[in-house]
Design a protein around this ligand. Structure first.
Ligand SMILES: Cc1cc2nc3c(=O)[nH]c(=O)nc-3n(C[C@H](O)[C@H](O)[C@H](O)COP(=O)(O)O)c2cc1C
Length: 312
């Protein structure tokens, strides 16, 4: 069927992340959308821009001791500890469903050494039916005394370059906000060969229980997400968009079309919705509709004209 020309009554939401074309800019974030299958009964996946699977490591991981979640003002803390099924079970039990999903699926990967990232990426490169990888580099590097990969530009360059050599698949690198200079880290990921950058992951936080005088989380500290972190996400996406040429994907505290559009204004080419899924699993669909309504109301035929159009 011939494609209709976009008009303000029929705006286009299509965006491109380098080689990856999305029918709209709304993706579900890693760790908040399972492997898609869990949500497929209530969310028609074909309407999403895409989704990112739960972080995957070579070996299965049991994660942190409970309690692993705590509610905070305008957000939540999680200390899941990257629990996941591991590569073998992923390939056998999760991939058959993912191959049939009618929207792009990115597999989120992590490791505790550069070699592990590269081996995982290399193994997944042989797999058909996934649109690409998102490398979560907010994890401890065991060879560097547990400092997170994402905190040092040289380490970021090295790990991304190693992944790049292992795969020609679409590679998005997900940055941590727990760093001094996000622009330097983003540039290092670009130099290492990333096709796109996503940010932000969670901020390290803590909750305490006055009554028991104990930390609320079994792991003591956890990752803060939700509306509380949106201003930080916006600031970092803005800064990174000024210094890299590759597409940037905005994450952090998005619960509405307005939030998503704000990220696009500061330079994000797409967005990811995370914690909001725990309140409303269909939130992604509502955000997509809200973006469409905004374009229609403002007589904008193409979403791409909004991207990076912040007036400063
Ligand atoms: C329960 C939970 C689990 C998460 N697991 C992962 C993960 O496995 N890998 C990853 O890169 N990010 C993970 N994240 C981070 C989210 O993908 C996202 O970057 C973060 O929550 C900020 O977005 P939000 O404010 O919309 O939730 C997780 C977040 C939550 C709340």
């Amino acid at each position: 069927m011939p494609r209709m020309t976009p008009t303000s009554e029929n705006p286009t939401l299509t965006v491109e992340l380098g080689p990856l074309k999305l029918k709209n800019p709304v993706l579900a974030a890693s760790g908040t959308f399972g492997y898609g299958e869990e949500y497929s009964g209530i969310v028609p996946l074909k309407h999403l821009g895409g989704f990112i699977t739960k972080g995957l490591s070579w070996e299965p991981r049991r994660g942190n001791p409970p309690p692993r979640l705590a509610e905070t003002s305008s957000g939540m803390l999680n200390a899941i500890g990257l629990e996941n099924v591991g590569l073998e079970v992923f390939l056998k039990e999760k991939l058959p469903f993912l191959r049939r999903v009618p929207c792009p699926v990115l597999v989120n990967i992590f490791g505790s050494t550069e070699k592990e990232y590269a081996e995982l990426a290399g193994r997944l490169a042989e797999v058909e039916g996934i649109a690409g990888l998102e490398a979560n580099i907010s994890c401890p590097n065991v060879k560097a005394g547990g400092a997170i990969f994402a905190s040092d530009p040289k380490t970021v360059y090295r790990v991304v370059a190693k992944i790049r050599r292992a795969t020609s698949s679409f590679l998005m690198v997900k940055l941590s906000p727990n760093v001094a200079d996000i622009s330097k880290i983003a540039s290092a990921a670009e130099e290492g060969g990333a096709d796109a950058i996503s940010l932000i992951n969670t901020l390290i936080g803590m909750a305490v229980d006055l009554q028991s005088r104990r930390p609320v989380l079994g792991n003591i500290t956890g990752g803060l997400s939700g509306p509380a972190i949106k201003p930080i996400g916006l600031r970092m996406v803005w800064q990174v968009s000024q210094v890299v040429r590759i597409p940037v994907v905005g994450i952090g505290g998005i619960v509405s079309a307005t939030d998503a559009l704000e990220y696009l204004l500061v330079g994000a080419r797409a967005v990811q919705v995370g914690s909001a899924h725990f309140i409303d699993p269909r939130i992604g669909l509502k955000i997509i509709q809200g973006i469409k309504d905004y374009l229609e109301k403002n007589q904008l035929p193409d979403l791409n004209t909004v991207i990076g159009s912040l007036k400063v």
